[in-house]
Write a protein that binds this ligand. Sequence first.
Ligand code: C2E
Ligand code: MG
Ligand code: MG
Length: 553
Amino acid sequence: MNLKFLTMLLVFTGGMFLLNSFSNRKQLCESSPHRHNGWPLLFMLNAFFLIGYLVFLVDLFFTDIVAVHHLVVAVIFFGGGLFVNIVLRMSAVSVLQIKQIAERDRHNAFHDALTGLPNRTLLYERIQLAVAASERDEKPVAIILLDLDHFKEVNDTLGHAVGDKLLQKLAPRIKQCVREADTLARLGGDEFSAVLPTAGERDAILVAEKLRHAIEQPIKINGQFISIGASMGIAIFPHHGKDAETLLQHADIAMYQAKHHARNFMVYDGHDNQFSINRLELVSRLREAVKRRDFHLVYQPKLNLQNGEITSVEALVRWKDGETTDVMPDVFIPIIEHIGLMGELTLWVIQQSLLQVRKWRQHGLNLTVAVNVSVKNLMDPTFPAAVRSIVEQSKSSANNLMMEITESSVMANPTLAMNILTDLANMGIGLSIDDYGTGHSSLAYLKHLPVMEVKIDQSFIKGVIKNENDAVIVCATIGMVHSLGYKIAAEGIETDEVLGFVQRWDCDVAQGNFISQPLNEKKLFKFVMKHNDALAASGNNSSQKQNWTLPAG
Ligand code: C2E
Ligand code: MG
Ligand code: MG
């Protein structure tokens, strides 16, 4: 090839590379704030070089004899053009990637990862924008706060994976009920919120109706239909608040009122405020109480119907809220479960119960104590080890400990629960199915569990005298449970007749206020000592099966 042609080709191609690098100009020049942006200067220099290339090319064109040094300069021009092109192209790619990452981070910072809906931060922003626009136009803004009903049970009984799927399927359904200009956000857990710019109370109620209808349609997950409901609270700008914080807080209060009155939705009413403050206060007082172990236990005797003796008790937790009387577990246990502290409380109950067993034993009374175990414990693989260490530290025997579990807590995660229950049973801890009959599991399933006792729920026991259905259910359950080889306990014995009934139908254990209410440790000690002494004095004899009578007093 002719040297002149080769030299010109190299300079020309180098110039083309330089020219081509201008295609990244827009992207790079817009990549950083103007004041610190060196890219425009770099492109000006680039243009300046390009003029140099052109001048050299024209010079070559009119040169007759092209020498080797021309070729060397042309190679440098070619390399320089290629170098600048590659550097600018790579810079443009990096800038694009950085932009995409920043965009993704921004999206993640403002959106919920599970449903892709805006999150609480973006919701606040949207409410503020809507409020600012409404102030100008003198129009209202409606906020709807929505909380799914019994979502916790879905999580507990069907597992978190199903709970997550449910939320993912519900999100687009809920979104369809609001307009493009509205914002639907997930605030976390099972809580959603919608901001409806320019909507007043009546529009918000219409949307709430639509939401209720959409949510109530059964959802198919893993071939199974799940139905769920929701409670909603509505707050309207400017009547119920002038900023995002107040509006959301008032919508939250209205939502709790709706839950409280079993309504689908309620509009905020200033009088509700006290109710909510009480609830929030209750939550924070309970957190403190768990931290300070501000609880105590009472014990209810479990009467052995075979021989009339009391050899075991059920430990029931009580909370002394300030100076007032004991608060019952039905009030505070659901809240402690909700704030995730039930596992901790159960371990404390087990520890206190075993220490108490030891104290009674030191005073000549040997009792087994039954402790209620929460679903949280049966989902916690570290639970058996924690129990083992408590048993060891308390210097009691695991045989003196029983655990009462409900069917639904086992069904929450049957495989894990089964492993945990097997570990506990292997330690020598007796297991009992509590509140039997209120869940949905069958005896066929229960027969695989390492339990030794089934407690029929008090709702059936209370009716055995007056309600024939209850009597039939109780008798059939006693027969079936016995055929599986388990003992059967009846709880909620409130009268002599009911005690007589379960005794006649061959129940093994009876518990209820007729025998004794739950008592503190000292009263329990006196009660059991007196009971067993009176039983011995009355000549009742354990070999005479069910021929004893309940001692007077
Ligand atoms: P549960 O385990 O079924 O306990 C029996 C409940 O029935 C106790 O209520 C007891 O006082 C009550 N009871 C006993 N006999 C009678 C009777 O003849 N008539 C009536 N009407 N009630 C009777 P309590 O102490 O209010 O406990 C309620 C529930 O709270 C317990 O039901 C149990 O599920 C839960 N609970 C109590 N202590 C604990 C605990 O330490 N941990 C956990 N996870 N749950 C607990
Ligand atoms: Mg119980
Ligand atoms: Mg029970």
